[in-house]
Design a protein around this ligand. Sequence first.
Ligand code: NAD
Length: 378
Amino acid sequence: QRIGVPREIFPGEKRVATVPDVVEKLIKLGFSVAVETGAGDAADLSDDAYRAAGASVVADAAQLWATSDIVFKVRPPTPAEVAAMPEGQTLVGFVWPAQNPDLMQQLTAKKATVLAIDALPRTLSRAQKMDALTSQAGVAGYRAVIEAANAFGRFFNGQITAAGKVAPAKVFIAGAGVAGLAAIGTAASLGAIVRANDTRAEVADQVVSLGGEFVKVDFEEEGSGGGGYAKVMSEGFQQAQRAMYAKQAKEVDIIITTALIPGKPAPKLITADMVRSMKPGSVIVDMAAEQGGNCELTVPGQAVVTHGVTIVGYTDLVSRLSRQSSTLYSTNLFRLTEELCKTKDGVINVNMEDDAIRGLTVTKDGTITWPAPAPKVA
Ligand code: NAD
């Protein structure tokens, strides 16, 4: 079968779903690979690099869609892209079926089989190698620290130099999921003093193992909403949490916020008053900007300076490290392809008996198969 990789057309999207190294591996599995011209440009991957890896480069997007059995993408397809799909095509990429009911209808009308990488059952240990949400959140967490360091006027690490003693920067991370943990590890590796908080107490050990200190909220409440995700906390908890965050805001130089609750707007953790209380030159990176932001003063997509504090609300952190994020994403899709093609004969088999495959198959031959039943084994 032929795997096609179009150029991503979402504004500001710099990733590509398949990198040349993975093209080689897909060919070894028996597939042929076609890439739209310029698909890798924004990730510093040239058409020639794809050709050298054995892909054919197609000048025209419509032709690429029309001649591929399987399409690998990053962003959900636009209506124009769906229009270009031949009937019965298989599509692999981010789809977000809950947020995109119209898209789901359009895809079923095309009798498509759609494997939504965002619908992967993440708690299956076997699925970790395919977990693109985790790989991309890890890149975003790393990049958030780099953005913070870029906007911050001092070193992260403490130094004793002939020109004087420099104290290490203090970094506070709000939310220690995948992105938060990556930010903790990155900030600690740069030498900062790192503290973190999460409503799910179970992450405290992970924070410590990455070199951070877990700061508790002075209020007993279980923060897990199931599946490893957070829930909306009681008013009492939120009040106690605000008091702790207010204290941290006065003390630290950098705050990175990553707090999300599935299906809800991002919790507002950093108030305007807290921003005002920070030292001039401090930095906030709000990784929840796209979901409304964890800070009251965040402007999504922009870096603004308010009360002497730089508040970074970039919503394209993964695209700001596009070669790395593309490489990891592409590897996730390759691992999925291996699962789909155990016979290594260049033909996929969407096995609905397999818990991982079942979970991410959101339409099969034009029938909606989402949401999947919970996986049987962990
Ligand atoms: P996410 O991006 O949805 O949320 C980020 C973090 O924000 C979460 O840790 C959440 O608890 C926290 N948060 C929410 N409200 C908060 C508040 N008011 N104050 C402080 N923190 C708050 O989460 P994610 O990074 O996608 O990960 C979610 C979970 O999924 C994690 O437990 C992760 O370990 C788990 N996961 C498990 C597997 C696996 O089992 N193999 C794989 C990937 C992820």
